[in-house]
Write a protein that binds this ligand. Structure first.
Ligand code: ADP
Ligand code: MG
Length: 498
């Protein structure tokens, strides 16, 4: 048996008190978490609430530690009402919330430290301006600003048509867009420095990067902003080495207020360029100048990029652009049509949006070439023409049918609203349509059974399997039903063959 040293009774009481206290705030926070879990999506819960640590409860003020300034701002912007209500329900009317923010973006040698901010839950943050989605009041003032310092007027290389106004917002880009907008309102003055926007080809990285620059120039014209694709940056550097003017190159870049480098994945493996970029980055960052980067890969997947650069990217925010959903695709097409003065029947717009799902550049390209083709040949724009053109766009691949599209064809065929098919209703005609949609999705797409189920009224994979069998059986026994299947198959095929 091991002997234990007994604490003196005073120490014991203190330890007991501390333990009690700990229990208290942990318990309170646990209860809060239960409420949050019930009120936000699992994804949001995981992203925003799970990383929070309660650290103390004193005078009815609960202090929580959040991992970054960004999380703090996001919570205050998006969950203020929920936080306020929950805290009050746990601590009573005078319950308060205070944040402690773990900061790790203080500079190369800076140790992580904490700053304290009272929760706006106390002051009520009401009617935050719609266009400035993030509350940035709490950021630290830049001590380096020298008022009146004039800089050479440089050409920003920005494309004035890539604006925020033209950048349609959707679930696919909300975080990147709002972070970008926040940056444009306070370049260098937010915690999103650097802001790294990443995502696949044609999803709007370049557009968004320009939009930030355009907005800054619009609001604060005296800011020097430069947009540069990474390959141009690299070539300029190589030239400067050749002509022995490397210092000028570096000085030029260090003078900027806002540096936007597009497609930094091209710097992979280019050690010397990365090295010089590292120094420029540090200089700008230390002077609270804004850096905006885009990449076609997430930072973790950027191979051939120096570790010290990657670790600096983490100082700010990496936000991704995802494939746009159907609604966003239609909105983008409509915006483009409006800007170009094009009018098209809805079924053609829908068709384009249904067919091209993962590249906005192709989406716009398809629209423009359909219009161009029609006017060139002096033909009306028909669905047939649209189909022909689109197949050129979605070239080389057998045009993949989506579950969305199958559902649309089935619903059109039975003249049912799409919502009904996606609902849980058990009405006979809806059940039949839903089973047919499942059957075609299984046969014509690569989707898993469970994915098909999710898209068709939230069913599980067994239900989808059962639906497929039922359709098979009915086709053999019921002539009318069989003719439904053939008709729908034909309609789906039109879109495949063009
Ligand atoms: P990336 O740089 O990611 O390859 P781009 O920024 O060049 O993509 O975007 C491709 C095209 O799609 C551009 O014409 C751009 O204007 C358009 N685009 C992308 N996202 C949006 C959006 N959310 N709203 C409107 N247009 C968009
Ligand atoms: Mg681009």
């Amino acid at each position: 048996m091991k002997a234990k040293t007994k604490p003196t009774s005073a120490r014991k009481t203190k330890a007991k008190e501390a333990k009690m206290q700990k229990k208290n705030y942990e318990k309170v926070w646990e209860n809060c978490l239960k409420v949050f879990r019930d009120n936000v999506s699992p994804q949001n819960f995981k992203t925003w609430f799970e990383p929070i640590k309660p650290i103390k409860l004193e005078n009815n003020v609960l202090t929580i530690e959040v991992p970054s300034q960004f999380v703090y701002e996001w919570l205050e912007e998006h969950y203020i009402a929920l936080l306020r209500k929950t805290i009050k329900s746990q601590l009573g009317r005078d319950g308060k919330l205070e944040y402690s923010i773990l900061m790790d973006s203080v500079g190369a040698q800076g140790k992580p430290y904490t700053i304290k901010l009272p929760g706006k839950t106390v002051n009520k943050l009401k009617n935050a301006p719609v266009m400035a989605p993030l509350n940035l009041n709490a950021t630290i003032k830049n001590p380096f600003v020298i008022p009146g310092l004039k800089k050479i007027d440089i050409d920003s290389q920005l494309n004035p048509s890539y604006t925020f106004e033209n950048f349609i917002e959707g679930d696919c880009n909300r975080l990147a867009r709002s972070a970008g907008y926040a940056v444009s309102q306070k370049p260098g003055g937010t915690s999103f420095n650097p802001l790294l926007v990443y995502g696949g080809v044609g999803l709007g990285k370049t557009h968004l990067a320009h939009a930030i620059g355009v907005e800054i120039k619009d609001k604060i014209p005296q800011k020097t902003v430069l947009y540069v694709p990474s390959d141009r940056f690299m070539n300029q550097f190589v030239d400067s080495v050749k002509s022995n003017s490397q210092n000028d190159f570096v000085h030029f870049y260090q003078m900027l207020d806002v540096l936007i480098i597009d497609d930094i994945q091209f710097l992979a493996g280019k050690e010397r360029t990365q090295d010089v970029f590292f120094h420029i980055f540090n200089h700008l960052h230390q002077n609270n100048k804004q850096i905006i980067l885009t990449s076609d890969k997430a930072p973790v997947d950027l191979q051939g990029m120096e570790h010290r650069l990657l670790s600096r990217f983490k100082w700010g925010l990496s936000a991704d652009l995802q494939n746009p959903d159907l609604e966003t695709r239609i909105a983008i097409l409509k915006k483009k049509m409006y800007m170009e003065g094009i009018e098209l029947p809805t079924d053609i717009v829908d068709y384009i949006a249904y067919s091209i799902t993962n590249n906005i550049r192709e989406l716009e390209g398809a629209l423009i070439s359909i219009v161009a083709q029609a006017s060139l040949n002096n033909k009306p724009i028909t669905l047939e023409l649209a189909k022909q053109m689109i197949d050129k766009f979605v070239k080389n691949t057998v045009h993949e049918i989506s579950i969305d599209y199958i559902q649309k064809v089935v619903c059109d065929y039975f003249e049912l609203p799409l919502e009904l098919l996606k609902s849980k209703t058990r009405k006979r005609e809806v059940v039949q349509a839903r089973q047919l949609a499942m059957y075609f999705s299984k046969n014509l797409t690569k989707s898993s059974l469970s994915n098909i189920g999710i898209h068709c009224g939230g069913k599980d994979h067994a239900t989808v399997l059962h639906a497929c069998r039922t359709v098979g059986n009915l086709m053999e026994t019921d002539k009318k039903f069989k003719s439904y299947v053939t008709d729908i198959q034909k309609r789906i095929n039109i879109s495949r063959e063009g």
